[in-house]
Design a protein around this ligand. Structure first.
Ligand code: FPP
Ligand code: ZN
Length: 328
């Protein structure tokens, strides 16, 4: 007896190759339309949105089409007196936006315009006694914030300002017997959380603390018949999980655990061949978030029309230069 897994059908008329230049146009359009509904709605995640757009333009080799100075000035204006960055000027600092601010400044080769020490001080204050991190002053703990913290301080060249031993101990308490990781100890495994924990362990140089094969097997089970990947058992495939899962497998050195050609077919099918951009799944509405992660996933498979992406930081290897982590 075969039980029906949740999945989507790939119809014949869907795109079967990368429509690269449509995507850079989609991003530019989105970015320029500053009075548009979507742009206003996205104020609570504006700096993250800027990183998604800038990264998509960099990975499609079209970064020079963006207004670098204007974007850098905007990002710098989101800095608060606590050293962290909020999503928009006047909004409270949050680790998610602080990492995205640092990533965006690196993409535009402007990191020297930020005050590294005060950013690292901000991050350090969010680490708890048990090694975990809060995302902001609200006190929410999540393994996502461990990746944000380690990535931010590594990119600023000051990882040792954090307590890496307790941070790793906390991550290992979130490691489940099925090979996945959750948000906190005892939480169910989730592919986004696996990405965060595997990435953070790689930055800490502690990937040897887990079973790479067991984790890679849990990740490989995320592949559905359509070729797409889901985030947890019994969920629909979604193109952003192509990134969370694939990048995790790349960090673990286990990209061969999934069917790459089926996966590419699914990612291609998520493109909108009229407006450009990628949707979460075929036929849905395209957005910058799914666009950057669709492009980044295709870059991991190797595509000459794209910049090579780094699986830990989700940025081009070119812009990271010596900030890349030696993994094997
Ligand atoms: C699912 O979110 C995705 C995650 C939990 C991963 C989020 C990852 C980060 C914040 C780190 C980003 C860092 C880099 C370097 C790119 P969801 O809340 O949409 O989950 P759902 O699909 O279950 O709703
Ligand atoms: Zn998604």
């Amino acid at each position: 007896f075969e039980f029906a897994r949740k999945d989507v059908n790939l119809q014949e008329k869907l795109p079967t190759k990368l429509l690269r230049d449509l995507h850079s146009n989609f991003i530019l359009q989105y970015e320029r339309d500053k009075n548009g509904y979507h742009y206003i709605m996205a104020e609570h995640l504006r700096v993250s949105g800027i990183y998604w757009c800038a990264n998509a333009m960099d990975l499609t080799k079209q970064l020079s089409q963006m207004s670098a100075d204007e974007i850098v000035q905007y990002v710098l204006s989101c800095r608060n007196s606590d050293g962290g960055y909020g999503p928009a000027p006047g909004h409270d600092s949050h680790l998610l936006h602080t990492l995205c601010a640092v990533q965006t400044l690196i993409i535009f080769d402007s990191l020297q315009k930020a005050d590294s020490n005060s950013i690292c001080d901000y991050v350090k204050k969010l680490q708890n006694e048990d090694g975990s991190f809060c995302g902001d002053l609200s006190g929410e703990v999540d393994t996502r914030f461990t990746l944000c913290s380690l990535a931010t301080c590594h990119l600023l060249g000051n990882l040792s300002t954090l307590n890496i031993d307790t941070a790793v101990n906390f991550l290992l308490r979130c490691y489940n017997s099925d090979g996945g990781f959750g948000t906190r100890p005892g939480s169910e495994s989730h592919a986004g959380q696996v990405y965060c924990c595997v990435g953070a362990l790689a930055i800490a140089g502690r990937l040897d603390s887990i079973s790479r094969d067991r984790t890679a097997e849990w990740l490989a089970f995320r592949q559905c018949d359509s070729g797409g990947l889901n985030g947890r058992p019994e969920k629909l495939p979604d193109v952003c999980y192509s990134w969370w899962v694939l990048a995790s497998l790349a960090i673990l050195g286990r990209l061969d655990f999934i069917d790459q050609s089926a996966m590419k077919k699914f990612i291609y099918a998520c493109q909108d061949d009229e407006t450009g951009g990628f949707a979460d799944r075929p036929g849905d509405c395209a957005d910058p978030f799914h666009t950057v992660f669709g492009i980044a996933a295709l870059s991991l498979f190797g595509d000459d029309s794209l910049e090579q992406v780094d699986p830990i930081f989700c940025m081009s290897k070119k812009c990271l230069g010596s900030k890349q982590i030696e993994m094997f």
